[in-house]
Design a protein around this ligand. Structure first.
Ligand SMILES: C[S@@+](CC[C@H](N)C(=O)[O-])C[C@H]1O[C@@H](n2cnc3c(N)ncnc32)[C@H](O)[C@@H]1O
Length: 207
């Protein structure tokens, strides 16, 4: 996929498919909410959802009283859909349209959350850059909460290649800067009555 244009790919998906028509749809992002709650941060903690798309995570976080949330996605169409759904509450969120592989954060976060975006980075240099960006942009004691397809999960998503992780490979990748708090395998039920095995890890930035 030398000339693969990933922005075009994702814009096309969000312009042509409704949320319940995509495999990653989940009405309630239970694992993410559970790991965020367990991180035990204050309600004004700085939270960023990487590749958030038009997931309902932001709605739940607002409902729970979190006040400093950002959603980053490569697709402008995804962000516009999430904003439209939230209506006036969209103003309470910071929206960032960019490729995470090129993201240069200008602030530090307490929670960096990523469900099913990181695994689309398959080139070693982009993976290394992501690890560096997440490591540098989290406050000490900050939490990296990341969910990817596991080695028992799919090898592709929405027609494009992904990189699978195990608990060990995910924890090792970030081990220079982070220590494991918890990792769980989770079976995601797709809207098509199939399952996808994810590995979710919550990692804490070392002092
Ligand atoms: C499988 S969807 C998951 C969406 C959301 N996190 C969820 O759990 O419902 C992957 C998301 O990552 C976004 N994405 C893919 N590659 C990206 C990149 N390089 N930078 C930023 N966002 C990306 C896509 O636009 C899409 O919204």
């Amino acid at each position: 996929m030398e000339n693969f244009d990933r922005k075009k790919h994702w814009e096309n998906i969000y312009q042509t498919k409704e949320l319940p028509e995509v495999s990653w749809f989940q009405p309630t992002p239970e694992t993410s909410l559970d790991l965020i709650a367990k991180a035990g941060v204050l309600k004004n903690a700085k939270i960023i959802d990487i590749g958030g798309g038009d997931s309902f995570l932001v709605d739940y976080l607002l409902d729970l009283g979190y006040t400093d949330i950002r959603v980053l996605d490569i697709s402008n169409a995804a962000i516009e859909r999430a904003k439209k759904r939230l209506g006036e509450r969209a103003m309470l969120v910071k929206w960032i349209v960019t490729d995470v592989a090129e993201f240069k954060p200008s602030e530090k976060y307490d929670i960096w959350h990523d469900r099913a975006a990181f695994h689309f980075l398959t080139k070693e240099d982009e993976i290394a850059e992501y690890v560096k960006t997440a490591s540098n942009s989290l406050n000490q004691g900050g939490h990296l909460i990341i969910g990817t397809f596991s080695d028992k999960g799919p090898e592709k998503c929405s027609g494009i290649a992904i990189k699978q992780y195990t608990e060990n490979s995910l924890v090792n990748l970030f081990s220079n800067t982070f220590q494991k708090t918890a990792c769980n395998e989770v079976e995601h039920q797709t809207p098509f009555n199939t399952t996808q095995n994810f590995i979710f890890c919550s990692l804490k930035k070392k002092a």
